[in-house]
Design a protein around this ligand. Sequence first.
Ligand SMILES: NC(=O)c1ccc[n+]([C@@H]2O[C@H](COP(=O)([O-])OP(=O)(O)OC[C@H]3O[C@@H](n4cnc5c(N)ncnc54)[C@H](OP(=O)(O)O)[C@@H]3O)[C@@H](O)[C@H]2O)c1
Length: 329
Amino acid sequence: MGFKVGLLGLGTVGTGTAQILLNPAGRHPLLSAVEIHRVGVRSLGKPRQLQLPASMMTTNLESIVTDPDIDIVVELLGGLEPARSLILQAIKRGKQVVTANKAVLARYGDEIFSAAHGVGVYVLFEGAVGGGIPVIQPLKQSLGANRIISVLGIVNGTTNYILTEMSAKGTGFDEVLAQAQALGYAEADPTADVDGLDAADKIAILAAIAFGGRIKREEIFCEGIRRVSAADINYAAKLGFAIKLLAIAQRSSRNGGEALQVRVHPTLVPSNHPLASINGVCNAILVAGDPLGQVMFFGPGAGAGATASAVVSDILNLVSLLGAIALKP
Ligand SMILES: NC(=O)c1ccc[n+]([C@@H]2O[C@H](COP(=O)([O-])OP(=O)(O)OC[C@H]3O[C@@H](n4cnc5c(N)ncnc54)[C@H](OP(=O)(O)O)[C@@H]3O)[C@@H](O)[C@H]2O)c1
């Protein structure tokens, strides 16, 4: 007998997550204690890469978050609603929650974490920033002894891919964006990526962990890459810089006191800086802390397998936190 998961969403990340959970051989031993109980989707008739028993599938997502047999609700729907309400309902019912939804966490993190705290359940979200790169848990735990000075990095693979291609081929933004869309690296509506909104959601989440307290998402300065031209990139290169869309959270001195600056914008990065060589869809996050100095987290920032790796690590953490098999008959 193990832990029952209710999966909300069987799209890119949901499918990757289900594939890992259904194939535990050679992975962490606790995975064999985890079982997918129900899966919620929008359309039952949609052709899917992964066929699950029809009895497992439903379009009634509320029936999953209220199912007394389910221990862990994994929200992989995306968007604000119904994701927010379903997470809150799951918490109210005493479920542990895993989500990769940066948009919901950046806007409703306070509400969600207060509700979870009130009931005594966990909400884990390693997949929400940096895809498969372990950065949330390290920031919360392994770097906990440090006074964090800054967290900054490349947290959006689509824009980094576009800037990399513009730099390598000297092509303009519109042309590269169209190629990225054809290759599936950019959404049909690329606004959230190219205007820096996705990066702002992610730095809001990282800053809240690194510096504590509430980050007001709407107050984050945010400029995307639409106005970066091939000529800008070319001039920057001649001066010894790469142009990168950076998400930045750092302490700064102001009027004798300290303030936290959180912002997203194209940045001139010296070509010998570690972030200058992060190319394509990869992400990298540089954390500076006292006394540690700098550490960089680098890897695949999106994709089914990479993000599912982070989601399943949260499920495993919950299973161990809950006492795993020892606590359950
Ligand atoms: N894709 C990535 O590489 C990546 C990386 C990091 C984080 N994330 C985050 O992971 C989450 C999931 O992303 P994704 O790329 O897997 O999304 P996706 O491919 O669009 O899949 C979304 C899934 O949720 C279901 N769904 C959406 N709205 C629904 C509703 N109102 N009612 C019922 N079902 C609904 C869809 O059902 P149908 O299948 O029936 O349409 C689909 O199965 C998002 O929060 C995203 O930001 C994604």
